[in-house]
Design a protein around this ligand. Structure first.
Ligand SMILES: [Zn+2]
Length: 110
């Protein structure tokens, strides 16, 4: 838990946010600046700054992020129409919040 980290605050329930899914490892909520009709963030509860800061012990977290993203896409009705999963890494890669998160976007008109 990083005191001034927005995503740590959300994961700890310190910042009122509509949580769409939660388990022991992660939380899922909507991006406040959606880039698509559906834009969810899948966020590990543990504070990991970026992909660059992952350690061996984080492997299960990464696996969980992907599996939950897949499930959330299904729940949002995107499994058939398709969607994108991506991670921005550091400023040059477009990362704005320095707490690792996986983007799920989709829901465009066909
Ligand atoms: Zn954090």
């Amino acid at each position: 838990m990083e005191k001034n980290c927005l995503f740590c605050q959300i994961a700890n329930g310190e910042k009122p946010t509509e949580i769409l899914f939660e388990n022991d490892t992660l939380v899922v909520f909507k991006d406040i600046h959606p880039a698509a009709p559906v834009h969810l963030l899948i966020v590990p509860k543990r504070h990991i700054r970026s992909i660059n800061d992952l350690t061996e012990s984080d492997r299960p977290i990464l696996s969980e992020l992907m599996m939950v993203a897949r499930d959330m896409a299904g729940r949002q009705g995107l499994a058939e129409s398709g969607y994108r999963l991506f991670v921005n890494v550091e400023r040059g890669g477009g990362q704005v919040i320095f707490h690792l998160h996986l983007h799920l976007i989709g829901g465009w008109q066909k």
